[in-house]
Design a protein around this ligand. Structure first.
Ligand code: KE4
Length: 432
């Protein structure tokens, strides 16, 4: 494979944008080398500037559950664009997207549309603090909720100590109101509430983590998440930016039967255009301006193009119900990848739910960040590039989930399994 045009584009991009990218996740930092520039996409396939074709398992980090350039989404955008791209005033499309979200997630009585997952989580924790009058937010190591100052916080030295900034520009004062606990550790949450219970405004959690690779919450952890915030008068915030409409049409909350107080959404609800949302019970959401006093605003929130793409996407998901087939294809891929690692004699564990999964190069199941951080990331980097050479585009980090779309075929899945088997065997042979 040749990457000349991507290389030239990246050289220029580095003169124009920090690191040559508009988001660090796509900079290939976790796998080395230079990011590939893409020209177009269709269905389950990406085409880069040099004309190389790939089976795409990133799907723009989650939004493209229908595959790229789905005709219903393209058609909805073509219709919307001729009617004007933004009014800064209410439109019926915002009502329609809000109706679809409410219909899918009964825990959401009212919803506010924003422009990204970060805006959704930032607003949700501000609302939790405004609603409860309390300062503290609990999050979990290995969970990512966007680049919100108070969530860019590393775990404190022990479970009950307060967080420390993990990015320059985040002040100690900001981090001081954030507690970072171990994921899938009910006792740590119990202890935190015992010490800080009357100061905790909310607990924000990925009910299925995509951001340390795919890690599913345990039933015991979910029971503690359901019980403890309610016991102490705090809000449970499910960050379903990635899992919403992904692991099920009703999100992880539908699978687990745990109704959160607030839910944040993004990715799929925009169908590839910038849409985020946060929602919950009306008595909580009505604290948001102008109904209440908690400030949040946005020029392009509920934008006519973005809502058109989101509405089209959710309608296809609701009416065609691709989820059984997505689970069947994903189960086939998960089993195939784990078998490929085992046959090659490589320590590999696959964690999967719905149509998201991760092949962890680890000799034990990955349940939290402590275990995830011990994965063989050098092996992942080699595997990533060897799969690129075979026309398969995987997430450029061991700590991201891959996604199967409704546009993937069984042939795509089988070709990927075959390639993984070849790659892992060749790598194992080279190490002997
Ligand atoms: P955005 O602001 O990137 O739309 O959403 C932030 C966010 C919030 N919550 C969860 C659970 C998320 O996964 C994300 C964003 N996910 C990353 C990939 N894991 C986006 C990729 C990127 O940052 O470029």
């Amino acid at each position: 494979m040749r990457f000349e045009k991507s290389h030239l584009a990246f050289a220029r991009a580095k003169e124009l944008m920090p690191g040559g990218v508009n988001s660090p996740a796509r900079a290939f930092g976790g796998v080395g080398g230079e990011p590939i520039f893409f020209d177009r996409a269709e269905g389950a396939h990406l085409f880069d500037l040099d004309g190389n074709r790939y089976i795409d398992f990133v799907g723009s980090w989650g939004p493209m559950i229908l595959g790229h350039a789905h005709p219903d989404v393209v058609g909805a955008l073509q219709t919307a664009i001729r009617r004007g791209t933004s009014f800064g005033a209410p439109t019926l499309a915002e009502n329609e997207l809000a109706e679809l979200i409410r219909e899918a997630m009964p825990s959401i009585e009212k919803v506010r549309l924003v422009n990204s997952g970060t805006e959704a989580t930032m607003s949700a924790i501000r609302l939790a603090r405004g609603y409860t009058g309390r300062p503290m937010i609990v999050k979990f190591a290995g969970n990512y909720h966007g680049h919100v100052d108070s969530l860019l916080v590393a775990a404190g030295s022990s479970a009950a100590t307060l967080g420390a900034p993990n990015s320059p520009g985040v002040t100690a004062g900001t981090a001081a109101d954030t507690l970072v606990l171990k994921y899938n550790d009910p006792q740590a949450l119990e202890n935190a509430f015992a010490v800080h219970g009357d100061r905790i405004a909310g607990v924000i959690v990925e009910p299925v983590v995509g951001n340390m690779g795919c890690v599913v919450s345990t039933a015991e952890f979910r029971e503690a998440l359901r019980r403890l915030p309610r016991q102490y008068g705090a809000l449970l915030i499910f960050d379903e930016v990635m899992t919403g409409f992904r692991v099920a049409y009703g999100g992880a909350q539908a699978i687990f039967g745990v109704p959160p107080d607030l839910t944040t959404l993004g990715k799929i609800i925009g169908g590839g255009l910038p849409v985020g949302a946060y929602g919950g019970r009306a008595e909580i959401m009505d604290h948001i301006l102008p109904a209440g006093k908690v400030f949040q605003a946005g020029t392009l929130s509920g934008n006519p193009l973005a809502t058109a793409a989101g509405i089209a996407t959710l309608k296809v998901l609701r009416d065609s119900n691709p989820y059984p087939r997505l689970e069947q294809l994903s189960g086939r891929l998960a089993a195939g990848l784990e078998s490929a690692a085992r046959t090659a004699g490589v320590a590999g564990r696959v964690a999967a739910i719905g149509s998201m999964m991760t092949l962890f190069f680890s000799d034990q199941p990955v349940t939290d960040w402590d275990v995830a951080s011990r994965c063989d990331t050098r092996r992942y980097a080699r595997y990533f590039w060897d799969m690129i050479a075979r026309g398969i585009y995987l997430p450029c980090s061991q700590y991201e989930a891959l996604f199967v779309s409704a546009a993937h075929s069984e042939a795509d899945i089988d070709a990927t399994i075959l390639a993984a088997g070849e790659v892992l065997q060749e790598e194992a042979a080279a190490e002997r």
